[in-house]
Design a protein. Structure first.
Length: 369
């Protein structure tokens, strides 16, 4: 059975280029599409895409029902099956309009990738995500060692993530120049920072209380005053590996360059939570912690919208489009004017509805707030 089809490979490259340049999809999204198409090709023996017919779509659905997750060993979730089928369906809709395929593929045949209405509801069901509390995060920070440069970096990494809610990909690429400690703002400039969808925006430090701000401020001063690092040096540098006394490789300090990916950040989070005796929460979960805090803290639609903008949530801002955008200076004033001691119930039914919409977007239950 053939494991490669050159014609398929060529048209997939064209499709990936279309997704990147025309649809502005990011690398992670395109990788997910590539994985879905690989699954489809494996299921039908790498047949030429030009020979696609509805029976292949139906057979693929049945095949996915029989597959198990490599990570868990359990059957694929309805959400995974749904996203896989949706990606393959979208590809064949696009392919049906391409030269050389128009006369071979019927648009309607792609609809046979659809799941039943019941399965779609299951796949799209909102599930509560594990979210760390501020008490857990503060306990984590209090238990982390802070003697060596590596330990200072790791502890500050946790503090910075709750202060800003920045995504781990962005954190891995930040430089000292992107931080303004006077105004307590992060300039997430897409020219240098790996932001989602290459968006540039500013994030003012959230009023989370505890020692996070002091930990991060002291760390920045350590980098500048003790290590003599400048604006173009990484905020969270990669680990320097060298040969230790036993002749093996071991971490021995900080390297003057950014991490290549967010992988090391997730490993630091995992190790820190484990050593603190707490369940593991990934970096992204801190964003949900901040969403929950905003839902309890913000008392007007304007402040809640500023809170959302601070997280870079364009989709949330669209939900509140009738209020327009909050100007950057006003966003800063509103964020700074809020404090963890200001927590209270939302002031109006309208605001509760706005908060519920954001909670639903993030899979967070309002019942726990």
């Amino acid at each position: 059975m053939a494991k490669h089809n050159s014609a398929n490979a060529r048209i997939k490259r064209e499709y990936f280029q279309y997704l990147k340049e025309a649809m502005r999809r990011d690398e992670a999204s395109i990788d997910a599409v590539a994985k879905a198409l690989s699954r489809f090709e494996e299921s039908n023996g790498h047949k030429d895409f030009g020979r696609f017919h509805r029976e292949q779509a139906v057979a693929f659905k049945h095949k996915l029902d029989e597959q198990t997750s490599v990570r868990t060993g359990k059957p694929l979730s309805r959400a995974t099956v749904h996203s896989t089928l949706s990606a393959v369906k979208a590809f064949f809709f696009w392919l049906a309009g391409q030269p050389g395929y128009k006369s071979k593929i019927a648009y309607d045949d792609a609809n046979y990738f659809n799941l039943s209405e019941k399965d779609v509801r299951i796949a799209n069901a909102t599930r509560q995500r594990p979210v760390p509390s501020l008490d857990q995060i503060n306990h984590l920070l209090a238990t982390m060692p802070a003697v060596s440069d590596i330990e200072l970096r790791n502890r500050s990494l946790i503090a910075f993530t709750i202060l800003t809610g920045a995504r781990d990909g962005a954190i891995a690429s930040l430089k000292m120049k992107h931080i303004d400690l006077v105004d307590r703002v992060v300039h997430q400039d897409a020219r240098d920072v790996r932001t989602k969808a290459s968006k540039s925006f500013r994030t003012w430090f959230f009023p989370v209380g505890g020692d996070a701000l002091e930990i991060f401020t002291d760390y920045c001063q350590h980098l500048r005053d003790k290590l003599l690092w400048g604006n173009d040096d990484p905020l969270f540098p990669a680990t320097l590996i060298a040969i230790d006394e036993s002749g093996g490789f071991a971490p021995c300090g900080l390297r003057r360059e950014n991490w290549k990916s967010a992988g090391p950040i997730r490993e630091i989070f995992k190790a820190a939570f484990e050593e603190a005796g707490l369940p593991y929460f990934n970096p992204h979960s801190f964003r949900n912690t901040l969403v929950q805090l905003g839902e309890r803290t913000c008392t007007t639609a304007e402040t809640f919208k500023a809170w959302s903008q601070n997280l870079g949530h364009e989709q949330v801002l669209t939900t509140f489009s009738s209020y327009g955008s909050v100007a950057p200076h006003r966003q800063a004033e509103l964020i700074r004017g809020l404090g963890i001691n200001n927590v209270q119930e939302p002031a109006s039914h309208e605001l509760k509805e706005l908060m519920a919409a954001v909670a639903k977007l993030h899979g967070i239950s309002m019942n726990n707030l």
